[in-house]
Design a protein around this ligand. Structure first.
Ligand code: ITT
Length: 214
């Protein structure tokens, strides 16, 4: 059984609709490392989740990137939702006159086995050095920069452009009420409509193709 490892019921609703009955939620709060890369956060999380579950897992790390705020809140979206809250993020963006934004999602899959080459990238635990500032890198030891013996993790990404608006709609979750795509906020769409165009839907579509072969 494939486990969708998340504490967020909103994500599960969307994923179940996409992947059907072959997947079940596993509510496990894996470590979210501090990194500017959703890929890296998801890969490290998937490795930990796989080691906890002992079965194939997917972990989904997502964020809202407001373009003219240099991508804020990005990888920190969860923390910022809990602290500032969605409406304040929306107000801040609108006060700055910055409306262009995108949602990004990275799905990380791990079943403990290696992968055949495909266009989708594989994280082998050797990329942490790229996250370190140059000064840190000079003093880092090899074991700081490489997860020795890390199991491979396959990554699937999706993104959707939109703009920040005053909150509308009561569906979805998280930042959905302030994110508009094609005249509708994500909170005004049902999950089928959102899945058809969303960052998560796009990543899930790539994952579903791969998983059917796997
Ligand atoms: P897990 O880590 O347990 O999966 P989480 O909600 O913390 O749950 P993320 O770290 O990926 O998941 O979430 C980043 C933030 O972005 C969080 O505040 C979500 O509510 C928000 N978010 C993620 N996907 C979203 C979507 O499709 N629509 C609106 N907000 C979303």
């Amino acid at each position: 059984m494939l486990r969708y490892v998340t504490t967020n019921p909103g994500k599960v609703r969307e994923a179940l609709e996409y992947l059907g009955e072959g997947v079940e939620q596993l509510e496990f709060d894996y470590t979210e490392i501090q990194s500017s890369s959703l890929e890296r956060i998801a890969a490290v999380g998937a490795r930990e989740a796989f080691s906890h579950a002992g079965e194939p897992v997917i972990v989904d790390d997502a964020g809202l990137f407001i373009e003219d705020l240099d991508g804020f809140p990005g990888p920190y979206s969860s923390y910022v939702e809990e602290t500032l809250g969605v409406e304040r993020v929306g107000r801040l963006a609108r006060e700055e006159g910055t409306l262009r934004a995108s949602f990004r999602c990275v799905i990380a899959y791990c079943d403990g086995e290696p992968f055949e080459a495909t266009p989708e990238p594989v994280d082998r635990g050797d990329r942490r050095g790229q996250d370190l500032a140059a000064a840190d890198r000079d003093t880092a030891t090899t074991s700081d920069t490489v997860d020795e013996g890390a199991v491979p993790v396959k990554l699937f990404t999706g993104a959707v452009p939109g703009r920040i608006v005053e909150p509308r709609g009561d569906g979805g979750f998280g930042y959905d009420p302030i994110f508009e795509h094609d005249g509708q906020t994500f909170a005004e769409m049902d999950s089928e409509e959102k899945n058809a165009i969303s960052h998560r839907g796009r990543a899930l579509a790539k994952f579903a193709d791969f998983y059917a072969e796997r």
